[in-house]
Design a protein around this ligand. Sequence first.
Ligand code: NAP
Length: 285
Amino acid sequence: MAAQLLEGGPVAEAVSDETRMRVGALRAHGVVPGLGTILVGDDPASAGYVRRKHETCEHVGLASFNIEIPANAGQQALVEAVDAFNRDPEVHGYIIQHPVPDGFDFNQALARMDPAKDADGLHPTNLGKLVLQEPGPVPCTPAGIQTMLGHYGIDTAGRNVVVVGRGPTLGRPMALLLSNRGPGADAAVTVVHSRVPDLDDYTRRADILIGAVGIPNFITPDMVKSGAVVVSGGITWEGRKLLPDVDESVGEVASWITPRLGGVGPTTVAMLLRNTVAAAEHRIG
Ligand code: NAP
C-alpha cells in the first residue's frame, strides 16, 4: 500500500486565508494585530523557525516584533523581554522560542507572560483552559495536527489514538485535545513514553498514531497497524536535514502519512498567527 500524504501546505493555506480575512476586519477597526517573538541564543534551527514566523506574518498581514537575547545574558534579560512584550500595546500575542539554552528557566518566564498574550497556548492558565474545555489559545502543533486530520476527512471520534511522547508542547496537549468532547476530538487516547515497555503492543493497536518524541525514524513499519494514519509531530535537525519521528518506509503500511518535509510544520505557524489574531479580537471585545 502506498499511503496518501498529509501535506501541511494546503491546511496552512486554508487556515491563513481565514486569518487574513480576520486581519482585514481588525485593520478596518484601526487595529493591526502584532506577533512578538523572543529568541534566546544562537541555535540556527530556532533562528530559522523565528524567521519563518515573521515571514508568514508579513504574508498574512500581521505586524511582527522580535527581541533577541544572547545565550550568556541570563534569566533577568529574558524576564525583561517578557515584561516589555506584556506592556507593549502593539503586541497582541507573543512566544518565547523554545527550547531555550542552558542557564534559562523557560517555565518561570512562561508563567510571567500575560496569559492573554500567550500565542503558543502554553501558559499554565491556558493549558488549564484546555483541560476545562474553555475557549483560549491551544498549543500550536497539536492544534495544527487536529486541523490537519479534519482537513483530510480523518474522523477521530471513538477511534484509537496513540501518542508517543508526553512532552508539554506536543504529546501531552495533543492527548488532551483529541480526548476532549466535540468535533475533531472524542477519541480514545493512550499516551506512551520512554518508561513504557513493549511500546509496539500499544502502537500496533492505533488507528491514528502520532509521533511526539524527537528521535529520527523512531516509528518503523513493524510498529504500525496496516491502514493506520501516522503523523510525525516530532522532528530533529541533523545539520540542515530535517528528520521526522516516522520512518519513510511506514508509508508502505499506513493509509495516510505526513511527508518528510511540509507535514506538520506549516500548520503550526498558521495556528500561531490564528491565536495572535484571536488575542487581538479578544482585546477589542
Ligand atoms: P520533550 O518534552 O522532549 O518530549 C519528548 C518525549 O518523547 C518525552 O515524553 C519522552 O519520554 C519521549 N521519549 C523519548 N525517548 C523515548 C523512547 N525511546 N521511547 C518512547 N518515548 C520516548 O519534547 P516536546 O517539546 O514535547 O517535543 C517533542 C517533539 O516535537 C520534538 O521533536 C520537537 O522538535 C517536536 N515539535 C515539533 C513542532 C513542529 O512544528 N512540528 C513543534 C513543537 C515541537 P519521557 O517523558 O519518558 O522522557
